[in-house]
Design a protein around this ligand. Structure first.
Ligand code: NAD
Ligand code: ZN
Length: 238
C-alpha cells in the first residue's frame, strides 16, 4: 500500500459496516442475517413499518442499545486524523447509521443511509425535520407521534428507499483524485457503484477490508485485513 497525498489531491472515503465491526457493531452479511427469526429485509422496509411498527421499533431500539455502548476504534480515529490534515479536501460518506465516526472526531460526514440516533415523521409530506432521539420504544403505545398525528419512525434509509445526499455525493466522487472504500461488501447499491464512477473520472481507487469486495474490479489497489489495523497504517503512510 503506497500512496502519497499531494497538495492537489481531494479524498473521498466510503465506509461500510466493516469499519464498525471491531467496535462491536455486527455487520449484516457474512453471518446469519436473522433477527428474532425475521429476515432483516423484513424489518427494514416501509412496508414492514406500515404492517408492524412495534416490531420495527423493537429492532431499531435493540440496535440503539447495542450502539450506545460502543466506542470508536483505531480505524475511525485514523480517518478523523486524515481529515484534520486535509481541510476542504476530504469528504467521508458512510453507509453506517451509528455515530462512531463523529465520536472519533470526523466533521465532514454524510450518512447516506440515515442515522440510528435520529427519528423523523413517517408522513413524507410533513415538514418536521429529523431530530436526535436516543429513546427505546418496545411497545406500540410508546412510539411517539408527530404533531401532524403520524407515527415517528427511525431516520434510516430502508430497503427500497432513496439514499440521502446523492447529488452532493456524486459531485464529490467526480471531483476526487483518491477514492478509498473501507469495509463495504460492494453488494448494496448505489454505494457499490461509487468506485466505478471515481475510476471513470480518473481517481486512484483503493479498497481496505477483511475480504475482497464484489466490485473488486473497480479498485486499483486492494489490501485485505481488519480496518482497525489497516487504516492507521494507511494514514501514516500517506
Ligand atoms: P457491507 O455491505 O458494508 O459489508 C460489510 C463488509 O465489511 C464485508 O465485506 C466484510 O468483509 C467487511 N468486514 C467485516 N469485518 C471487518 C473488519 N474488522 N475490518 C474491515 N472489514 C470488515 O455491510 P453489510 O453488513 O452488508 O450491511 C449493509 C448495510 O446495512 C450497510 O450499508 C448499512 O446501511 C447497514 N448496516 C450498518 C451498520 C452500522 O451502522 N454499523 C451495521 C450493519 C449494517
Ligand atoms: Zn409529521
Amino acid at each position: 500500500m503506497a500512496i502519497k497525498i499531494r497538495n492537489s489531491d481531494h479524498i473521498f472515503v466510503l465506509t461500510g459496516a466493516g469499519v464498525s465491526a471491531e467496535s462491536g457493531i455486527p455487520t449484516f452479511r457474512g453471518q446469519d442475517s436473522l433477527w428474532e427469526g425475521h429476515r432483516l429485509e423484513d424489518v427494514a422496509t416501509p412496508e414492514a413499518f406500515r404492517r408492524d411498527p412495534e416490531l420495527v421499533w423493537r429492532f431499531y431500539s435493540m440496535r440503539r442499545s447495542v450502539a450506545a455502548n460502543c466506542k470508536p476504534n483505531a480505524g475511525h480515529v485514523a480517518l478523523a486524523k486524515l481529515e484534520e490534515r486535509l481541510p476542504g479536501r476530504f469528504l467521508l460518506c458512510t453507509q453506517n447509521v451509528d455515530s462512531l465516526h463523529e465520536a472519533a472526531g470526523s466533521k465532514e460526514i454524510l450518512h447516506m443511509h440515515g442515522e440510528l440516533f435520529e427519528s423523523r415523521c413517517s408522513d413524507e409530506r410533513c415538514s418536521k425535520r429529523p431530530f436526535r432521539d436516543v429513546c427505546l420504544y418496545m411497545q406500540k403505545s410508546e412510539i411517539p407521534r408527530c404533531e401532524c398525528g403520524a407515527l415517528m419512525r427511525p431516520n434510516i434509509v430502508w430497503f427500497g428507499e432513496m439514499p440521502l445526499f446523492m447529488d452532493e455525493i456524486i459531485r464529490a466522487i467526480e471531483e476526487c483524485t483518491i477514492f478509498l472504500t473501507v469495509g463495504s461488501s460492494g453488494v448494496v447499491h448505489p454505494a457499490a457503484s461509487f468506485a466505478q464512477i471515481a475510476k471513470r473520472n480518473g481517481a486512484t481507487s483503493i479498497y481496505l477490508g477483511l475480504e475482497s469486495p464484489s466490485n473488486v474490479s473497480a479498485f486499483d489497489q486492494v489490501v485485505l485485513g481488519p480496518s482497525g489495523e489497516l487504516l492507521p497504517k494507511f494514514v501514516s503512510s500517506t
